[in-house]
Design a protein around this ligand. Structure first.
Ligand code: IPE
Ligand code: IPE
Ligand code: MG
Length: 248
C-alpha cells in the first residue's frame, strides 16, 4: 500500500482512532504492559504527522476511557506519566498542529491537567490540523453532561424544550467544534466501540484491524483510508441516488 493507492482529492476531514492492543503487544514480547503504552506513543507521533501531511483537518485519538480508571493503579499512574512526558515534545509546533482534549479532564492529576491546558493555549493559533486526544472520556459521560447543560438552560428559561433539535445536542457535546468523523479505525482486533463517539459515529465508516497499535504503520493507515475511499456512503438513500449525489 503506497500513497498512489489513496485518492488525495478525497481525504477524509476527520478520522477517529481507538488505539488498542498496547498491552497485548507488550505481553507477547515478555514485556510489562506499560512498555506497550510507551511504544504506542511513537505510533501516535507517526500517525499524527502523516495525518497532517495527508491534509486531514481533525484526528481524534482515544487515549484513556472513563472505564480505564478501573485498571490497576500502577498502570493508570504509568499512563498519566506517559501523557505528561509525551507532551514535552515539540511535535505540534514543528507541524503547525493545534492540540485539543475532550473528556472529563478535571479527573486527571493536577500536573497533567496543567500541561494539557498549556499545550492547548500554546498551539491555539496552529491551523494545519487539529489533534484531539480523548482522555478520561466516554460517550455516555459526554452525553450525560450535555443533557445536564441543556436542562440547565431550559430551567433558566434560555431554551424552549420544543426547540431542542439534533443540532442542539451536537452543540452541547465536547466535540461541538468539529465535524463528525467520516472514518473510525480500531486497532488491536476487538470489534466494538468501547463507549467512543457514539453520537458522532452515527454514520461513520468503521475499519477494524488486528494490528496492535504499537505496530500500526503509515501503510496500515493508508490501507484504512483506501478502504474508506472504496465504499459508497448512502445515508439511507438508494445506491443510484447516492451515486448521483456524489457526482462532481
Ligand atoms: C490501549 O491498549 C491503550 C489504553 C486503553 C490506555 P490496551 O492497554 O487496552 O491494550 P490491550 O487491549 O490490553 O492489548
Ligand atoms: C478502549 O480500549 C479505550 C482506549 C483505547 C483508550 P480498551 O482496551 O479499554 O477497551 P475494552 O475495555 O477492551 O473494550
Ligand atoms: Mg485494550
Amino acid at each position: 500500500m503506497t500513497e498512489q493507492d489513496i485518492d488525495m482529492q478525497r481525504i477524509p476531514r476527520h478520522v477517529a482512532i481507538i488505539m488498542d492492543g498496547n498491552g497485548r503487544w507488550a505481553t507477547g514480547r515478555g514485556l510489562p504492559r506499560t512498555a506497550g503504552h510507551q511504544a504506542g506513543v511513537e505510533t501516535v507521533k507517526r500517525i499524527t504527522e502523516e495525518a497532517a501531511r495527508l491534509g486531514l483537518d481533525y484526528l481524534t485519538l482515544y487515549a484513556f476511557s472513563t472505564e480505564n480508571w478501573r485498571r490497576p493503579d500502577d498502570e493508570v499512574s504509568a499512563l498519566m506519566a506517559l501523557v505528561l512526558s509525551s507532551l514535552q515534545d515539540d511535535l505540534f509546533m514543528r507541524n503547525n498542529i493545534r492540540f485539543r482534549t475532550i473528556g472529563d479532564i478535571d479527573k486527571l492529576p493536577e500536573a497533567v491537567r496543567k500541561r494539557l491546558r498549556q499545550c492547548e493555549s500554546e498551539t491555539a493559533a496552529n491551523d494545519r490540523m487539529t489533534l484531539v486526544v480523548a482522555l478520561s472520556y466516554s460517550s455516555r459521560w459526554e452525553m450525560t453532561e450535555a443533557a445536564r447543560r441543556i436542562a440547565r438552560e431550559v430551567a433558566e428559561g434560555k431554551l424552549a424544550p420544543d426547540s431542542i433539535s439534533e443540532d442542539t445536542i451536537t452543540a452541547h457535546l465536547n466535540t461541538a467544534f468539529m465535524p463528525d468523523p467520516e472514518l473510525l479505525i480500531r486497532t488491536g482486533g476487538e470489534l466494538r466501540l468501547s463507549n467512543y463517539l457514539l453520537w458522532q459515529c452515527a454514520y461513520t465508516e468503521l475499519y477494524f484491524t488486528p494490528v496492535y497499535w504499537p505496530d500500526f504503520s503509515v501503510d496500515d493507515f493508508h490501507r484504512a483510508i483506501a478502504s474508506y475511499q472504496g465504499r459508497q456512503r448512502r445515508f439511507g438513500k438508494t445506491e443510484e441516488q447516492a451515486a448521483r449525489d456524489n457526482r462532481p
